[in-house]
Design a protein around this ligand. Structure first.
Ligand code: FEO
Length: 619
């Protein structure tokens, strides 16, 4: 039975997942499976982008037939001839004999090599920047040699800003029902697999990947459709940044990746001690036993971390076999621009240190530390000083912030004047959310832009606010930007009551709009609004800091935004002298709430606006 995914109204994923494959390309373990993506563009001329591996051919052909729904398949664009994408091409052409093949000359040569197919009259051979109009869409072909084979090309749909990127921007891992990267927690659940895919598949070809990135930067890119993994329609810049780092061999993290080969545990013990002492100095470490960890994982880690330490026993007068394979593999994948140290072990003739060094010396821009540690069977008590020297040598090359020189006793006497927080130039906002069909809102002064591209903001929300709980449950909210002409009534409506027992929108319908996410935004006394979707949150005790991606934003009118200072000076009514005479106690400087009593408890929280005792003054 078919299992397709709709990407846009006229673009359909017709690929398939394989969770039974043990070793991708016969080399890389894929415990979480792999997807083989193919895409069908339905237009006046219907175009298929690539085919799939033969292991999933049955599903692919069912998907394609369903997506075509009786229409002709006019073209198949072949972007990459590796059989994980082209193995079913021959069967495709048998099933759809009228389909023409769009490819470049190198691809045509490979089709003939793999299938001995005569494509006379069936092949449209394109050159770089050639275009093909399918009716509403205009496709442009860009060559991407060595990403991952020499014949690779990618296709840019100028109409929609979609890049069909072949192997680039792919990832290991089956799709498991999702199709877009923003449907899953990509950073936490898939980024390691994306890195492992990149480093092992195209890691060797950094300059060629950079050439493709340069071409892609010149495009108005809205979506990326790779041949493995998820479709990208949001936060493309984040993934681009990763590709820039990986293709320029720039470490993502500062710290030490320790890979060791240990037959009887003594080399491992030394690696443990080094890792422990590095941690004592505040240096991050990760450790891998090369005998049991797939090389592809260690290669990905080597691309991630800034420092590499290899520790190996001597074996058959050489490097231990799995370590030797790993080092040759790393060199073959062009690892470069790292700081490297070695530990060798040998009971009678240790040679692994020298031999490991020779392999790494063949890599570009490596800083190799002189302090190679030599073990004779096991770490001798007298060698702890050598361990310290090696650890210090590594630590000395790691840039870090110096611990600030602070006189703790002087710091203890320092005062914090809460009035300083009122001098900040932040604005005031109506934060709105919804749960169980109930709209609610509150006033905040803690919204700020985090990044402009992509558009991200952060808000800190008091946990006592009902709106806070709504956002925690739904992950979406709106922010309406208050203007200088906002009335105090608006602040009272949203700031001085709790939504738990009040309908803050009662009698206010004519002053609200609804954004595409279904939430309200305020149109009275505001000048703009934006909608946002939470992508991360941090618990800070009394407040939660939400990091959110902007999904909609509009300017409502041209009016200056209100600042906290302007509100106090011009909007908030001055305390009434009559009330001051009649009441004894403390008045909240924020909302005017009066606490009656001789002593204000230091942990008192204003029941209306939720500000603390520091914001009260004696009447
Ligand atoms: Fe996914 Fe290079 O093939």
């Amino acid at each position: 039975m078919y299992c397709t995914k709709k990407i846009t109204d006229d673009l359909i994923w017709v690929g398939a997942n394989d969770r039974r494959l043990a070793m991708f390309e016969g080399v890389y373990s894929v415990p979480r499976g792999v997807s083989y993506n193919a895409y069908l563009l339905l237009d006046d001329i219907n175009v298929l982008f690539d085919t799939v591996d033969k292991a999933v051919g049955k599903t692919f052909f069912e998907n394609l037939a369903h997506a075509l729904n009786g229409k002709n398949l006019d073209f198949v664009v072949i972007q990459h001839m590796e059989p994980d994408h082209s193995a079913t091409l021959m069967e495709l052409l048998l099933r759809y004999p009228n389909a023409k093949v769009v490819c470049n000359q190198k691809i045509l040569t490979m089709i003939q090599q793999f299938f001995q197919l005569d494509l006379s009259g069936k092949a449209f051979v394109v050159k770089e920047n050639d275009t093909l109009s399918t009716g509403h869409h205009k496709l442009k072909f860009l060559f991407a040699p060595m990403v991952h084979w020499p014949e690779v090309m990618v296709t840019y749909d100028e109409t929609t800003g979609t890049l069909f990127s072949a192997d680039a921007f792919g990832t290991f891992g089956a799709l498991n029902g999702a199709i877009f990267a923003d449907e899953v927690d990509f950073e936490n659940e898939y980024m390691d697999e994306a890195r492992r895919y990149y480093c092992n598949i195209v890691g060797k070809y950094g300059p060629q990947v950079q050439s493709l990135l340069k071409k892609a930067h010149g495009l108005d890119l809205k979506m990326i459709c790779p041949l493995h993994g998820f479709v990208w329609r949001r936060n493309l810049e984040d993934y681009f940044d990763k590709y820039v780092k990986w293709s320029t061999y720039t470490p993502e993290e500062t710290g030490v990746m320790i890979a060791y080969a240990s037959v009887y545990g003594n080399t491992e013990n030394t690696a443990e001690i080094i890792s422990s002492r590095l941690r004592d100095l505040g240096v991050k470490t990760v450790m891998y036993d090369v005998s049991v960890t797939p090389a592809s994982e260690i290669i990905a880690a080597a691309f991630k971390w800034s420092h590499l330490l290899f520790a190996s026993t001597t074996y058959n007068a050489g490097i231990f076999v799995s370590m030797e394979e790993l080092l040759h593999d790393l060199a073959a994948h062009n690892i470069q621009n790292r700081t490297v140290a070695f530990v060798e072990n040998g009971s009678w003739a240790p040679t692994s240190g020298k031999l490991m060094r020779q392999i790494i010396e063949g890599c570009k821009d490596m800083t190799i530390l002189n302090e190679t540690l030599t073990l004779k069977s096991s770490l001798a008590p007298g060698q702890l000083a050598e361990i310290d020297a090696l650890v210090k040598a590594i630590s000395d090359t790691i840039p870090r912030f110096e611990k600030p020189m602070i006189d703790e006793s002087a710091m203890a006497e320092a005062k914090i004047d809460p009035a300083v927080f009122h001098k900040f130039s932040y604005g005031l906002f109506v934060l709105t959310a919804q749960a169980d069909s109930k709209d609610n809102g509150c006033i905040i002064n803690t919204a700020a832009q985090l990044t402009s591209t992509p558009g991200r903001i952060n808000i800190a929300v008091n946990k006592a606010n009902y709106t806070h709980d709504m956002i925690l449950h739904t992950g979406v909210f709106n922010v309406s930007v208050l203007a200088e002409d906002a009335s105090f009534d608006t602040f009272k409506r949203f700031g001085f009551a709790s939504g738990k027992d009040t309908d803050k929108f009662a009698g206010f319908a004519e002053h609200v709009g609804r954004s595409k996410n279904g939430l309200t935004y305020v149109t009275l006394g505001t000048n703009a609004f934006l909608s946002a979707k939470v992508i991360d949150s941090y618990d800070y005790g009394t407040h939660t800091l939400f990091i959110a991606e902007v999904t909609e934003a509009a300017v409502l009118r041209d009016a200056p935004s209100v600042t906290y200072g302007y509100y106090f000076e011009h909007i908030k009514p001055k305390p009434q002298p009559k009330i001051e005479e009649e009441k004894h106690g403390y008045v909240c400087k924020i909302c005017g709430y009066v606490y009656e009593g001789d002593t204000l408890p230091p942990d008192f929280i204003c029941p209306l606006c939720k500000h603390g005792a520091a914001d009260f003054e004696k009447i």
